[in-house]
Design a protein around this ligand. Sequence first.
Ligand code: 0O2
Length: 195
Amino acid sequence: MSFRQLQSYYQCAMLEIETKFRVLNEEFSLRYDRNPINNIHTRLKSALSIRDKLIRNNLPLTIESIENNLDDIAGIRIVCAFCEDVYDLEKALLQQDDIELIRRKDYIQNPKENGYRSLHLIVSVPIFLSNQKRMTKVEVQIRTVAMDSWASLEHQLRYKKDIDNSANIENELLTCAELSRELDLRMNHLRKMIL
Ligand code: 0O2
């Protein structure tokens, strides 16, 4: 199999998962008269990032190695309004009988040391080609708007390496993460008062 072929399989799997979330959003909006999903972002890992990750992990630079060792070639990020939407959407996705859960990391219940929060799932989804069915892995990140804005800003800052006072900056980021958690809690409280 060529690298282009492999990439196109991951692209198809990403489309399958994206469609599933769009269908869920449509159904939730009929049922509850609001959209739980604010936006959906998909990305296919670039050839350069794949190569760097294989080298970093001392893995062979082959197609088989990519398929067997890397779970995040296809990535989809679902940004929701409220924290409860994150878990409702997870449940609705995982109960679909063609989806297989490979791994789950709940950084909302257990935030990373720097304050990062998000729910990560590695799932496998079948893609139906003209003469075969292939199970293909997709990394799904589900988070709220508050979690997403913190992560986007932290991601930008992380790559600025030569910063003085880095302990200070880490503390400040942690404080911002705490504020974003507080925002989620309060917005959820408001939602319960209004909806
Ligand atoms: P990109 O550009 O988003 O793809 P891995 O790094 O995947 O080998 P692990 O521990 O299995 O190892 O991954 P994990 O913890 O599930 O997180 C992978 C992805 O989550 C990252 O992908 C980021 O998108 C996001 N993420 C994890 N931790 C942080 C964090 O501290 N800050 C931010 N902003 N994002 C985070 P990539 O490949 O790093 O980047």
